[in-house]
Design a binder for this molecule. Structure first.
Ligand code: ADP
Ligand code: MG
Length: 459
């Protein structure tokens, strides 16, 4: 159904994903594990048609997606795939029911009544039948995640991509949510691609892959599991048949089987040596250990820059006459140490046909500082003017706006070389100040007043 061929993506001259190939059949469950920064999210974004690859093909039923017209790509994204991201991105001012119905309403996938029936049904199936009218702020982490899953399924996607959907939940809730995904997969029949750090969860998949430094390779979880068992069974697979060993072996008098035991140990030792010298897997680990020393500092930095600092659009306020105020939340979710952001540069673009047309934007107050210290949550404000004509209307009457934020991130306010350049793109649909609500409501159904802005997943 979906076939990726040699997908490649570079960021700032470095390979994030190198030639990844993967086939996903209808209804299949595939998992991807790998260290932070190894390229899992980048790969998922390419598989989900959110990011175009620099090279390679994404074949959908045999046709290359990125050669299709923009409209068909958008249609694929909207109707055939669902995404569950690491952090729930529910709209705070909408109920669970409205949040869940929204993708169906926006995509015109079905009439509004049908969208609400489907949303209510899904919420009941994820165990939230009593919480249809709850607002995100009043839900537990597990409830929010269940709502996000219901929302991802409202358009009945054929494929669901889940990027570490449970990594911030406690273990029991995490297992519950993954059980739920598994059950829904069986009843709805969608293909599931799960990125997770949890090997126990990854094992449930029919196939598991590991991402290492941008390279995707099959990952043989059962082998790893054998190697992690107590030492008495480490050599098991070579000496014993693959079938489970008899649970109660006949007692052997001490000394009688001594030579047999020594031989067995020698064979096993030779095998281990052979693996160390020749086995790609072990060799890879050995090289990685050497490299780890050298790259540890770089990895800490990348982790600080990419994982410890989260950015999102907090709000967009209409100031009239297509002037707007943008508020961006930067949140330090690291271990408590400050993160310094230097030389932040925010640009704003409105999509016109296939192009991004730049519009003026300026930093307000603290956002204009050259060095920003981020300890907890910091909100930065910008003013921009989205005065363009002939803008693309992916959602009728709304502008499609991209904010591109480039910044240097460092754990020190006077860095000596240890800086990491990070680029974030935030996408929103934005309501033009001059179009009255009743005109908008003629073409798109909203659960209430048309919102000034609607956040979009990264793409
Ligand atoms: P994972 O999901 O496995 O943690 P990612 O796909 O997020 O990994 O990142 C892979 C690599 O790509 C990172 O090490 C980083 O160097 C680079 N990268 C990812 N996103 C960006 C970005 N927005 N700007 C610059 N580099 C990025
Ligand atoms: Mg990731």
């Amino acid at each position: 159904m979906l076939s990726a061929r040699g997908l490649h993506k570079r960021y700032d001259g470095a390979d994030a994903v190198c030639g990844a190939s993967l086939d996903i059949e209808k209804g299949e469950f595939v998992s991807i594990v790998g260290r932070s920064g190894s390229g899992k999210s980048t790969l998922l974004a390419m598989l989900g048609a959110l990011t175009p690859p620099d090279a390679g093909e994404l074949l959908i039923d045999g046709a290359d997606l990125w050669r299709m017209a923009e409209r068909r790509i958008a249609d694929y994204r909207c109707r055939r795939i669902g995404f569950v991201f690491q952090f729930p991105s529910l709209l705070p001012n909408l109920t669970a029911l409205d949040n869940t119905a929204l993708p169906a309403l926006l995509g015109h996938a079905m009439p509004a009544e049908a969208a609400y029936v489907r949303a209510a049904d899904l919420l009941a199936r994820v165990g939230l039948g009593e919480r249809l009218l709850a607002y995100p702020g009043t839900m537990s982490g597990g409830e929010e995640r269940r709502t996000v899953i219901a929302r991802a399924l409202v358009n009945s996607p054929q494929l669901l991509f889940a990027d570490e959907p449970t990594s911030d939940l406690d273990q029991d809730t995490e297992t519950d949510v993954i059980d739920l995904l598994h059950e829904l997969q069986a009843s709805e029949g969608f293909g599931l691609v799960l990125v997770t750090h949890n090997l126990e969860l990854a094992r449930r998949a029919e196939r598991c892959y590991e991402m290492r430094d941008g390279v995707l390779a099959a990952f043989d979880l059962p082998t790893i599991a054998v190697a992690r068992r107590p030492p008495s069974r480490v050599f098991g697979p070579a000496v014993e048949p693959a079938a489970p060993a008899p649970s109660a072996p006949a007692p052997v008098p001490l000394g009688r089987d001594l030579w047999g035991g020594v031989q067995r140990v020698l064979v096993a030792a030779a095998m281990v040596l052979g693996l160390v010298l020749g086995g790609d897997f072990v060799l890879g680990r050995y090289q990685a250990a050497q490299l780890r020393e050298r790259s540890a500092r770089a990895a800490v930095l990348a982790e600080t820059a990419l994982d410890s600092l989260r950015g999102e659009v907090a709000s967009v306020t209409d100031l009239g006459d297509r002037h707007y105020e943008l508020a961006i939340d930067l949140r330090n979710v690291g271990d408590g140490r400050a993160i310094y952001v230097m030389a932040p540069d925010m640009r704003a673009y409105v999509q016109v046909a296939q192009e991004w047309r730049e519009v003026p934007i300026s930093a307000e107050g603290r956002a204009a500082a050259k060095v920003q210290k981020i300890v907890g949550l910091e909100t930065y404000r910008y003013r921009f003017r989205a005065q363009v004509t002939g803008y693309a209307q992916l959602l009728p009457n709304y502008m499609h706006v991209r904010f591109a934020d480039t910044m240097l991130v460092s754990p020190s306010d006077t860095p000596k070389g240890e800086v990491f350049e990070r680029r974030d793109n935030y996408y929103v649909y934005l309501k033009p100040s001059d179009i009255p609500d009743n005109v908008i409501l003629e073409r798109v159904h909203f659960p209430g007043k048309p919102p000034v802005w609607i956040p979009m997943p990264p793409h």
